[in-house]
Design a protein. Structure first.
Length: 319
């Protein structure tokens, strides 16, 4: 009788603990993403997805949600160029559509992940198709002022910048920035990222002083939240671009060196953002007459790009 009581107590304890442990795993993944530990985040998300798929089944809604997390971490960790990342994003959309319908908020989230991944792969028109659907769903379900709407606007703007549709990108970013400013206390890093995209647009339309002002504000927000966060790398890279375009190759080189140093310390060794920034640093070295260093940096950038960029990524031929 006593053994039975003990056994029941143990079983009851496990039953109570398991759901809490299950909830903790996505929270740990989200914490790793927020901290900029993208390698750990993707590793945890991979483990979580495998566990959920085994326990819930390959076609379960829970599996689709685990896929969402895995796709998000893969993008942040620079693995958008891998074929399995695209297959997972498309699979999550199909599962959400089957379980939730075409216009559910959850379907919109998976479409957003698919669009974001395609932007990083250089598949800009396909990305916009998914992102436009996601934006429409999010406005319908969550309202035009929701932070998720700003997320979709940002990714659409980035695709349009890459396609040189600058007026359309500016409209998206103006709308996104209004949402971000209203929620800046709750989501300051999201505001910083929209400011960085606005600066990127101004870099392409030759508004260099305005770009620097936006980047300074974005970097101040990032550094107030956490020093040496990898999300600073993109802002530093764009700042170097602007400085070179303004004719200051020395300051551009210094800024890109800071970006490469931060990327080397915080991102995986073959992250595509590191390849792109090394390519810029090679350009600065060439501009300053250091041809041997320029060649070394360019070779390193191409080596990383060959291993990490999608075949259709337009960045590849420029490295």
């Amino acid at each position: 009788m006593r053994l039975r009581v003990v056994a029941c107590a143990v079983i009851g304890l496990v039953a109570c603990q398991t759901p809490e442990k299950d909830r903790a795993q996505p929270e740990q993944i989200r914490q790793a993403l927020d901290a900029g530990d993208y390698v750990r985040a993707e590793r945890l998300a991979t483990q979580w997805f495998s566990m959920v798929e085994r326990s819930e089944g390959v076609d379960a809604l829970a599996t689709a949600r685990a896929l969402d997390l895995l796709v998000e971490t893969s993008v942040k960790n620079g693995n958008a160029g891998k074929p399995d990342a695209l297959l997972r994003a498309e699979r999550a959309v199909r599962l959400k559509e089957r379980h939730l319908g075409l216009n559910h908020a959850g379907t919109g989230d998976s479409l957003h992940n698919l669009g974001t991944l395609r932007v990083q792969r250089g598949e800009f028109l396909l990305a916009m198709t998914a992102l436009e659907r996601s934006l429409a769903i999010r406005i319908s379900v969550r309202g035009a002022d929701a932070p998720e709407v700003a997320d979709a606007l940002d990714q659409l703007a980035l695709a349009e910048i890459r396609l040189e549709r600058f007026p359309e990108a500016e409209q998206r970013l103006v709308a996104s920035l209004k949402i971000r400013e209203r929620s800046s206390e709750q989501a300051p890093r999201a505001l910083a990222q929209t400011l960085e995209l606005s600066a990127l647009l101004r870099r392409y339309i030759d508004q260099y002083p305005a770009a620097l002002t936006l980047l300074d504000r974005a970097l101040a927000i990032e550094r107030r939240l956490a020093r040496n966060h990898p999300d600073e790398v993109l802002a530093l890279r764009t700042r170097g671009d602007v400085l070179l375009l303004m004719g200051d190759a020395t300051k551009a080189e210094h800024t890109w060196k800071s970006a490469v140093d931060l990327a080397t310390r915080t991102l995986r060794p073959d992250h595509p953002l590191l390849a792109e920034t090394l390519g810029r640093l090679s350009l600065a070295a060439f501009s300053l007459g250091n041809l041997t260093e320029a060649r070394r940096l360019a070779e390193r950038a191409r080596d990383i790009g060959d291993r990490s960029l999608a075949p259709c990524d337009p960045t590849g031929p420029l490295l």
